[in-house]
Ligand binder design. Structure first.
Ligand code: ADP
Ligand code: MG
Length: 238
């Protein structure tokens, strides 16, 4: 059974159809990357899966349950954004545990989950610092930590590295790959960076103007693109 399944998913803003019938099946443990040019609908698609945007028509299931009208907090997902607003007055530990505490989880369990996430992300020495005493990469790791502690079925990442400089981006790419290996989690990851897509994905979904152009393993798309758009987007660095 697919962990996440999209069936003829559409999104309209007024009269304009932005997502035009997307069918997609994502297996448990798969690292799936959405790529495509700016404005093609990557974020909108992700936000519909997260429940931050209504689905105009079609069906979304996560873990076998139809989620179209389910509250974002009850979908079993955790989302990491490009701009990772941390609470400036809280320590790293408090930032990571806040949502769990807010949801009424016992302190012992919150601490255990934060410690686990901090170990995975190598944030242990930084747990008592405030965000202003962290580097950009460290802050982004805290933002990822906030997602990990929620123990989601599916992680959603929307261009999480695009605010970082090139060197740090490469480093964080390695970190995210490690995270996927260690947690064996299902990840849907949006980027417009072909290299990021090629190195991270088990499966790449190429989008153009709200339509899926091709789905496949990175090398399959590279070697056997189904049209010139995919070839141009995956094949040639730019
Ligand atoms: P991407 O993430 O691939 O760059 P988006 O999903 O952000 O693309 O946007 C896809 C298209 O939908 C764009 O043309 C954008 O202008 C449009 N769009 C996104 N959100 C809204 C909205 N709330 N109202 C109207 N149009 C929107
Ligand atoms: Mg976007």
């Amino acid at each position: 059974m697919a962990e996440v399944r999209l069936t003829d998913i559409r999104k309209r803003f007024g009269a304009l159809e932005i997502i035009k019938g997307v069918d997609l099946s994502i297996e448990a443990g798969e690292f799936v990357v959405f790529v495509g040019p700016s404005g093609c609908g990557k974020s909108t698609l992700l936000r519909m899966i997260a429940g931050l945007e209504d689905i105009s028509s079609g069906e979304l299931t996560i873990g076998g349950t139809v989620m179209n009208d389910v509250d974002p907090s009850k979908r079993g997902i955790a989302m990491v954004f490009q701009s990772y607003a941390l609470y400036p007055h809280m320590t790293v530990r408090e930032n990571m545990g806040f949502a769990l505490k807010f949801a009424g989880m016992a302190k012992g369990e919150v601490d255990a989950r934060v410690n686990d996430a901090a170990r995975i992300l190598e944030l242990e020495p930084l747990l008592d610092r405030k965000p202003k005493a962290l580097s950009g990469g460290q802050r982004q790791r805290v933002a990822i930590g906030r997602a990990i502690v929620r123990n989601p079925l599916v992680f959603l990442f929307d261009e999480p590295l695009s605010n970082l400089d090139a060197e740090l981006r490469v480093h964080m790419r390695v970190e995210i790959a490690k995270l996927h290996k260690e947690l064996k989690s299902t990840i849907i990851y949006v980027t417009h960076d072909q290299v990021e897509a090629m190195t991270l994905a088990d499966k790449i979904v190429v989008l153009r103007s709200g339509v899926v152009e091709q789905v496949g393993a990175p090398l399959k798309l590279y070697d056997d693109p189904s049209n010139t758009f995919v070839a141009g987007f995956i094949g040639s660095p730019r």
